[in-house]
Ligand binder design. Structure first.
Ligand code: SAH
Length: 252
């Protein structure tokens, strides 16, 4: 997966590129992130990337010319990226969108600034993308969110394949709670079932917790999730106020 990021603040991405899973993914050659400074594609002495808004109104806009020229320089090098622009009114980013993007080979992300970007840039854009209903001062934090979530899904980036499989949203449900040592922390104890060594029971408990949490916090996700017959019996038990222990007893 090759990312190209068009930005007026390339330094914004240094910490991101050099940290954790993304940094390892880059070292392993599974992903690359190339930041492209829009100021390198201006032709005036002041390297101007912005200008006033036609029709009046506050603030400045990113000019189309440097963005087109930066994009064309990528094409000239033989790449054909899928083009995203960060916009608060874009398609809402979620795990499904991340999965779709992870299937692409090359992605270019245009980061807006100021009041945004000249509308004519839309002609080179495949999709407008928003990370939520709030307004950022620039597309850079959004680009980082997008690249982080997509990189995790690129094969070989996250070491343990299973850790993606059990992530929240991977099967339409929220994740289950986890514990590490010590087993008794200031009187707060790790649930016995997790220390039982009984994997069938542990999996059942985790599924129960996933369904319980999703029902409590994001019930709309349950409607779209692919629930098995067992999931549905768990859901019914939770809804009728049954305890996990009781549910397990009945299974025997
Ligand atoms: N004038 C715009 C806001 C501009 S904010 C409006 O009316 O909505 C400046 C830039 O930040 C935008 O061009 C966009 O690139 C980025 N941005 C702001 N909020 C965002 C969000 N929720 N998701 C993705 N990008 C966002």
């Amino acid at each position: 997966m090759r990312f190209f990021v068009l930005t007026i603040f390339p330094q914004f991405f240094e910490g991101f590129k050099n940290t954790g899973i993304v940094s390892r993914g880059i070292k392993k050659g599974k992903i690359s992130i190339e930041t492209i400074n829009l100021r390198d594609f201006t032709d005036d002495k002041h390297r101007t990337v912005d200008d006033v808004v036609y029709g009046g109104g506050p603030g400045m806009l990113l000019k189309p010319e440097p963005i087109y020229r930066a994009y064309e320089s990528i094409l000239e090098r033989g790449h054909k990226p899928y083009v995203l622009i960060t916009e608060p009114w874009g398609r809402k980013f979620d795990q499904k969108f991340a999965r779709e993007l992870s299937e692409k080979q090359e992605i270019m992300i245009i980061c807006g600034r100021y009041e945004g970007v000249d509308e004519r840039v839309k002609d080179i854009v495949d999709e407008e993308i928003s990370i939520g209903d709030f307004v950022l001062s620039g597309g850079e934090p959004a680009a980082i969110v997008i690249m982080d979530a997509v990189s995790r899904l690129v094969p070989g980036v996250v070491g343990d394949k299973d850790s993606i499989r059990v992530d929240s949203f991977s099967d339409g449900l929220l994740g289950y709670p986890n514990y590490t040592r010590p087993s008794d922390f200031r009187g707060k104890k790790v649930p016995d079932v997790l220390k039982s060594g009984n994997h069938r029971l542990i999996n059942l408990w985790r599924r129960w917790k996933q369904i319980e949490k999703t029902l409590e916090r994001r019930p709309e996700l349950l409607e779209k999730a692919n629930l098995t017959k067992e999931d549905i019996s768990i859901l019914d038990a939770i809804k009728s106020g049954e305890s996990f222990e009781n549910f397990v007893k009945k299974l025997k």
